[in-house]
Design a protein around this ligand. Structure first.
Ligand SMILES: Nc1ncnc2c1ncn2[C@@H]1O[C@H](COP(=O)(O)OP(=O)(O)OP(=O)(O)O)[C@@H](O)[C@H]1O
Ligand SMILES: [Mg+2]
Length: 329
């Protein structure tokens, strides 16, 4: 029996109409996020992870971007049918997002305290005094030392790790049901990164909210996610529980990402990467998008684009798991 879904995305398509042609950044993506669970979205740069999350928030820059089709069901209601006013109400209060670089979302000319209290006052019917108390409480919750002092400081007076904590405090201040984290730790060093992930896990336990964690690092996924969706060139290539993915990755791309997980004490200069590059949208291979980089590819992989198929209740977009593969010599 499946648990209750908080978010269900069905066949989402978000395209960019550019001078160079049509960019299918998100091309028929479907997934669900269960209540109180964390979904990890993983893939290399340019695979469509951010555009997927921006589509949920309806923050895709239009034009050139446009949500061309699909459904984004949040608590059973399609967000694509909401007005901009209704979406503004949902953003921040019900769905919050943490971006990769907190300086892009923190305003440099206001103090930390003002920014958190303003966010609270916008969404909650509380007094200024209550908002301040709540903001201080949030800063304590994300373990900012000397919160009363920090309250009156500006973003540039804080370290990168501190700013990310402030962002998390701000995002969580209205108790969102869904928290979308887009590479929240990429700009941070490894120890701070581990602390932030631990913090997100802890807060999730406390509040019971669901999380979407976006990253290019499967190592991060193993720390926080219950389920994983692997994206490649705008499409889902594998979907399974985190345990299943780590026990037995099915897609050759997932296997490649697995080999890229940074090991403790490893030499950073020799960090393994998957050979080759994600194809550009104006030069998409005719068959499987991963084929040019795949060591297992057969003829069929060059000729036809694979569908997402069921393998023991899991989903994978690869011919290896189809009849056609077995038939080819
Ligand atoms: N404003 C835009 N105009 C044209 N194309 C865009 C625009 N924004 C994104 N894209 C294209 O959409 C694709 C997906 O972008 P997206 O930002 O979702 O990638 P990502 O998986 O988040 O990568 P990263 O790990 O680098 O953040 C990219 O190939 C990008 O070129
Ligand atoms: Mg991104």
């Amino acid at each position: 029996m499946k648990n209750e879904a908080l978010l269900e995305v069905k066949n989402l398509r978000t395209y960019f109409h550019t001078e160079a042609g049509l960019v299918k950044s998100v091309d028929g993506v479907s997934f669900r996020v269960e209540k109180g669970k964390t979904l990890g979205i993983v893939g290399e740069s340019g695979c469509g992870k951010s555009i997927t999350s921006l589509s949920i928030m309806q923050l895709v820059e239009t034009p050139p971007g446009k949500i061309e089709g699909g459904e984004i069901l949040f608590e059973g209601e399609n967000l694509l049918n909401k007005t901009e006013d209704e979406m503004r109400e949902i953003r921040g209060k019900k769905i919050a997002m943490i971006f990769q670089e907190p300086m892009t979302s923190l305003n440099p000319v206001y103090t930390i305290g003002k920014q958190i209290t303003e966010a609270l006052l916008l969404h909650e019917k509380i007094s200024k005094h209550e908002a301040k108390a709540r903001a201080l409480e949030m800063l304590k919750l994300v373990r900012i030392p000397l919160p009363e002092k920090r309250f009156n400081e500006y973003p540039h007076q804080l370290s990168g790790g501190m700013r990310q904590r402030v962002m998390i405090a701000m995002s969580l201040s209205c108790n969102p049901q869904l928290l979308i984290c887009d590479e929240p730790t990429t700009a941070l060093d490894v120890t701070i990164q581990a602390q932030i992930l631990e913090l997100i896990n802890e807060l999730k336990e406390k509040t019971g909210s669901s999380v979407i964690m976006i990253t290019h690092d499967l190592g991060v996924i193993s720390e926080v996610a219950d389920d994983v969706m692997v994206m490649y060139a705008g499409k889902v290539v594998e979907q399974a529980s985190t345990d299943e993915i780590f026990e037995n990755p099915l897609h050759p791309y997932t296997v490649g990402l697995m080999n890229c997980i940074p090991k403790l004490n490893s030499d950073v200069d020799t960090l393994p990467t998957i050979k080759g590059m994600v194809p550009s949208f104006d030069n998409m291979p005719k068959g499987c998008a991963f084929c040019p980089r795949c060591s297992m590819a057969k003829k069929i992989c060059e000729q036809k684009a694979p569908e997402l198929v069921d393998v023991d209740g899991r989903k994978v977009r690869c011919f290896r798991y189809t009849k056609e593969w077995k038939e080819e010599a």
